[in-house]
Ligand binder design. Structure first.
Ligand SMILES: *[C@@H]1O[C@H](CO)[C@@H](O)[C@H](O)[C@H]1NC(C)=O
Length: 148
């Protein structure tokens, strides 16, 4: 019985970690720690807003586009230019496997997002950000979170 219980726990834990959806404030803290606040001149709220409209904070989201490329993870980073997957010959400008962009650990996704901001001069890469966040008051996005 005990072994069955442990097994059930392991299985449910592995299901939980398969698709990770961060809360807004947890994400805010991770973003601050990773130096995203004001990175490229974009306040923390811009990053949280962007992640919300790109993925609803769900790290495992993948979307296949019309050209066959795939957008990966919390920032919906595209395989055609930025990461490497099995299907196509890509530029892989972030020098990362696309699969590393859909894990709970956001390190690689954040590094790649920083590179995108640097190399494309801003956050225009993200349609969700352009449409819903750009030029708006972003302070609400970190409200209630224990970040300065
Ligand atoms: C997160 O995204 C994955 C992949 O699209 C999906 O299967 C899962 O249901 C999503 N999780 C939530 C809580 O929306």
């Amino acid at each position: 019985m005990k072994a069955v219980g442990v097994l059930a726990l392991i299985i449910s834990l592995s299901i939980v970690t398969e698709s990770k959806v961060y809360t807004r404030c947890k994400l805010a803290k991770i973003f601050v720690k990773a130096g995203l606040d004001h990175y490229g001149g974009f306040s923390l709220g811009n990053w949280i807003c962007m992640a919300y409209y790109e993925s609803h904070y769900n790290t495992t989201v993948q979307n296949t586009l019309g050209d066959g490329s795939i957008d990966y993870g919390i920032f919906q980073i595209n395989s055609f230019t930025w990461c490497r997957n099995a299907n196509v010959q890509q530029n892989n400008r972030c020098h990362v496997a696309c699969s590393a962009l859909i894990t709970d650990d956001l390190t690689d996704a954040i590094l790649c997002a920083k590179k995108i901001v640097k190399e494309t001069q801003g956050m225009n890469y993200w349609q969700g950000w352009k449409k819903h966040c750009e030029g708006k008051d972003m302070s609400e996005w970190k409200r209630g979170c224990e970040v300065s």
